[in-house]
Design a protein. Structure first.
Length: 240
């Protein structure tokens, strides 16, 4: 892997507008399970299939069951940033990394110190009343008994994008802008199987497309550099 790491260091050194696009694999090293791996949430047995639970229709019709899953499996308030989060924050402080585009909802990039974080699928740290729009902190969700209700009586919903819901247009457009301007795009910890998020990569026009993932992805043949290893280990070794 030394040759790949040296190439990655050279790419970083030669770049001034790096964009990072990451998925669940970035946070697995912080103890947060992904969805699609052998040990992921989709492979575990629940009363309902997890892919059904994290849908808008299920949230509306089985709100209590949704919150049982949300609080047990999607809230990881005590999780700490790992080497990948920390090194990306360092790259931003150097002025090289201009944006982190993430499919994760765990807020770990911000905990590590990253400022420009575009959360395609929202965040468990933002919650709002579906009736009056009042915002609530995550502890209102984690400490609630059953369904959390607003003072107005409305149901509080996490600001996460469920299946059957649209991504935020402003976040999508800003992500697209950064990818188009990037002279280096690092993709890490994602199988690139979730759309429309993965479709954003089609707009990259540079010649330093780096894929860091433990398994193969549909984009491997289009990448300028592929490293099949832990993203935390790779970034920790490459960002000095």
């Amino acid at each position: 892997m030394q040759n790949e790491l040296e190439t990655l260091r050279n790419y970083i050194s030669a770049s001034n507008y790096i964009v990072f696009f990451g998925g669940a694999g970035v946070s697995t090293e912080s103890g947060i399970p992904d969805f699609r791996s052998v040990d992921g949430l989709y492979s575990q047995k629940y009363k309902y299939p997890p892919e059904r639970i994290v849908s808008r229709s299920f949230f509306m019709s089985n709100t209590a069951d949704y919150y049982d899953f949300h609080k047990a499996r999607l809230l990881h308030i005590d999780a700490k940033p790992n080497a990948a989060h920390i090194k990306l924050a360092e790259l931003e402080k150097m002025g090289k990394l201009k944006a982190v585009i993430t499919q994760n909802i765990d807020g770990l990039h911000q905990k590590a110190g990253s400022v420009k974080v575009l959360e395609l699928h929202g965040s468990v740290y933002r919650n709002f009343c579906m009736e009056c729009g009042l915002n609530y902190e995550v502890k209102v969700i984690s400490e609630s008994d059953g369904i959390p209700y607003c003072s107005c009586g409305g149901v509080i919903k996490p600001d996460v994008v469920l299946f059957e819901e649209q991504l935020n247009d402003d976040i999508l457009n800003e992500s697209l802008m950064h990818i188009q301007k990037a002279d280096m795009l690092i993709i890490g910890g994602t199988s690139l199987g979730v759309y429309p998020a993965a479709g954003l990569l089609n707009y990259y026009r540079g010649n330093k497309l780096v894929l860091i993932n433990k398994s193969e992805t549909p984009w491997d043949e289009r990448a300028d550099l592929v490293i099949n290893n832990s993203i935390g280990e790779v970034l920790n070794a490459a960002v000095i």
